[in-house]
Ligand binder design. Structure first.
Ligand code: NDP
Length: 399
């Protein structure tokens, strides 16, 4: 029976808060703290009366002193960063200063450079260890569940894994010509960066969306997908011994890509500040302000997501293939939590990751990526809390 602070009150935070309330044997008290108090309060109002003590607070999570003051007043056991990756380090600093465990869903990137790497957060390993505190990095779906799937495959199905292909398919339709399913700024930074995959000991860089494939995602159908660089690849190459290749593919519809290209061509996706009527503005942040709020897409999004991982390797000397995946329906997610499937598939694993620490399964001092921890209780919780997984022992491989 523990107390958590959830930082942020967007799409992912709203699902995680909903699921923490559902898991009230573990989460006794929840404080939702965000930049805009009204959004945190709206979430508290929506979830109150269900047996968990809830409160809303205002905080600027870029400021360690504000966070520390909040933690001293609220006394959390664990703090979940469900705001943005820019706040990872300030929240980790405040957790160390106060003495709380930490969890996030996306790795740190500096606001002024569109480049994410674990080095900044891995640098906290010794400090968390010495303080006897746990930090869990990237407990969403991808990163997150994809790494739990990898640990599970290695534990139960392979002696060695040779290749990993992570396939992220969103077959949802929100009816807008262009919108992003999670924070537009983070989404566009990720998609417009160079692609990268790892093969035989080195990173191979591609131009943005240069490598294209198609895959039949069963219930979701055949979709075009593109190779991107994704953060879990960096930790999986270190933690899955003998891995020879890892790639990450994400599906995009033609309308999304055409709009993105056009916005890029006219400079709207740039993160370099420009002078506008005597004020410095960042074009991508301005674009975010005019795009639909991802949290508002829930009622209009129909269709399903299919996110999974295809493994290939050896078991008892024999070649083996194995595919683990989840299918999530946007409307079912919305009916249950008020948010579409992209927020749902991130918010549920965020709650489960926090529960793993609070229940003691993953309570060990240090900073961890999810494949470093026992996958079994997490896999059981996915089935229990709305993200059931499926297995295929003869999947079609990606060429
Ligand atoms: P949203 O933009 O919907 O929500 C972000 C929330 O954080 C908003 O409530 C915002 O406040 C708040 N916030 C932003 N800056 C601060 C700050 N300085 N201090 C306090 N609060 C702040 O994003 P999402 O819910 O879509 O995404 C949340 C996180 O989840 C992101 O880091 C994203 O990268 C990650 N993610 C991870 C995925 C995975 O599978 N691992 C998949 C999808 C998302 P305000 O309302 O005032 O703007």
């Amino acid at each position: 029976m523990s107390k958590v602070i959830i930082i942020g009150a967007g799409g992912v935070a709203s699902v995680a808060a909903y699921k923490c309330v559902e898991n009230h044997e573990t989460f006794k008290e929840i404080c939702i703290a965000s930049r805009t108090l009204g959004k945190a309060q709206a979430l508290v109002d929506k979830l109150s009366g269900r047996g968990v003590k809830l409160s809303a607070r205002q905080v600027d999570a870029d400021q360690v002193d504000q966070l520390l003051e909040l933690f001293k007043a609220e006394k959390p056991d664990l703090v979940m960063n469900l705001a943005l990756p820019y706040q990872d380090l300030t929240i980790m600093d405040a957790c160390l200063a106060y003495g709380a465990d930490y969890l996030d869903t996306a790795n740190y990137e500096p606001p002024e450079t569109a480049k994410f790497e674990y080095k900044w957060q891995w640098a906290y390993r010794d400090r968390f260890k010495e303080a006897g505190l746990t930090a869990i990095l990237g407990s969403g779906f991808d990163p997150g569940v994809t790494q739990v799937f990898s640990a599970y495959a290695l534990k139960h199905h392979f002696d060695s894994i040779r290749t990993i292909d992570i396939l992220d398919c969103n077959g949802g339709d929100h009816g807008y010509p262009f919108a992003t399913n999670f924070n537009p700024e983070i989404n566009i930074r990720e998609v417009s960066a160079n692609g990268r995959y790892w093969e035989k000991g080195e990173w191979i860089e591609t131009k943005p969306l240069e490598i294209k494939g198609t895959y039949n995602f069963r219930e979701v159908g055949e979709k075009d997908m593109y190779l991107l660089y994704h953060e879990e690849e960096e930790s999986l190459i270190q933690n899955i011994p003998g891995l020879e290749r890892i790639r990450f593919f994400m599906t995009f519809g033609q309308s999304y890509l055409t709009h993105l290209q056009c916005l890029k061509n006219v400079g709207m996706t740039s993160i370099d500040p420009i002078d506008f009527e005597g004020q410095q503005i960042i074009p991508l942040q301005f674009l975010k302000a005019v795009l639909p709020d991802p949290a508002s897409l829930g009622p209009r999004t129909v269709g399903k997501t299919n996110i999974g991982v295809i493994f290939e390797g050896l078991k008892d000397g024999q070649p083996k293939r194995y595919y683990l995946y989840n299918i999530c329906d946007h409307q079912e997610a919305y009916q249950e939590t008020g948010a579409q499937a992209v927020s749902y598939t991130t918010g549920v694993p965020a709650m489960i990751g926090a529960a793993m620490v609070l229940q003691g399964h993953w309570k060990k001092p240090g900073v961890y990526n999810l494949e470093e921890l026992d996958p079994d209780p997490f896999m059981a919780a996915l089935n229990q809390y709305g993200l059931p997984w499926h297995e295929d022992f003869d999947p079609v491989m990606v060429p």
